[in-house]
Ligand binder design. Structure first.
Ligand code: AMP
Ligand code: MN
Ligand code: MN
Ligand code: MN
Length: 277
């Protein structure tokens, strides 16, 4: 029997809408056999998710999606199979969370100046108190009637040049790969087709990442088209990267992204789970 893997998903510990336990129940009902939790910059949901997955008889992979600034761009690195108690990882998380907290307050101040008051408090009410990300602001701005959809809020408020955009530096690529490796995990470049990078830039990122000890590439992502999958598969073959597969599920209200329904790993690639069983 071939197993169904989903190695990238979010809970309410970051910007998903299901609790860690609910996410595991949802994944199990969707037929997933091996499920990861990869919240942004936090491991706070792992214990609850592991418990729920174990009760369901589903294999659980503790993970994280870390925010990185590389060459002035934001890049996401997934860590899979991490020991969430690892000290260097937790110290890194603490710094990222401090930055996130300051950024959330700053987004609130900037929106206030632009004529949208109280958005920090409103965004906070959409988070479970652990982390306030741009998605929480987006949900609050939609609820306040300032845009129709989360996607529209991003365009109007939360991206470069817009009133609620706050520039700043996330973690270094070198540090993030090191934290993941020291925690016993495997580092993976998340949704590589989603970065607005030329082919040359993307290959430069892969070169840097490999030199630092990064091993994986999320060839199959809920946010990749068929063409994206094929293009990313070629990069993975060229660089000898392990292929990963993850939906990047944030909750059932985005019906276009489903748990466990990923394209099969293309031919000639070794999956990131090749040595897990
Ligand atoms: P943050 O890490 O707080 O800056 O937020 C990044 C998250 O925002 C991503 O993981 C996505 O969940 C979400 N996101 C980014 N861009 C968009 C967009 N254009 N539409 C909807 N969600 C987005
Ligand atoms: Mn997210
Ligand atoms: Mn991401
Ligand atoms: Mn994600």
């Amino acid at each position: 029997m071939s197993l169904i893997y989903d190695l990238h998903a979010h809970s309410t510990a970051s910007d998903g809408t299901l609790s860690p336990a609910e996410l595991m129940q949802f994944a199990h009902a969707a037929g997933v056999n091996v499920m990861a939790l990869t919240d942004h910059d936090t491991t706070a949901g792992i214990a609850e998710a592991r418990d729920a997955a174990t009760h369901l008889g589903m294999e659980f992979i503790p993970g994280i999606e870390l925010s990185v600034t590389w060459n002035n761009r934001t890049v996401h690195i997934v860590g899979l199979g991490i020991d969430e108690h690892s000290e260097p990882m937790q110290a890194g998380i603490k710094k990222l969370m401090d930055f996130r907290q300051w950024r959330a307050e700053e987004i609130g101040r900037r929106l206030e100046k632009a004529g949208y008051p109280d958005m920090y408090e409103k965004a906070k009410a959409y988070s479970n108190g652990c982390l306030i990300g741009r998605v929480h602001f987006a949900r609050a701005l939609v609820a306040a009637g300032h845009a129709d959809t989360v996607g529209a809020v991003f365009k109007k408020f939360l991206v470069g040049g817009k009133p609620g955009f706050v520039p700043g530096a996330w973690a270094e690529l070198s540090d993030v790969v090191k934290w993941i490796r020291e925690a016993g995990g495997r580092a993976i470049i998340a949704h590589p087709a989603r970065y607005d990078m030329t082919r040359t830039k993307l290959r430069q990122l892969i070169t840097d990442f490999k030199e630092l000890g990064g091993e994986g590439f999320e060839v199959c992502s809920g946010s990749h088209s068929k063409d994206d999958v094929n293009a990313m598969a070629q990069h993975a073959r060229d660089f000898g990267l392990l292929a990963s597969a993850g939906s990047d599920f944030h909750g059932p209200e985005n019906p276009w992204v489903n748990l466990g329904q990923l394209a099969p790993i293309p031919k000639g690639l070794k999956p990131v789970w090749h040595d897990w069983h």
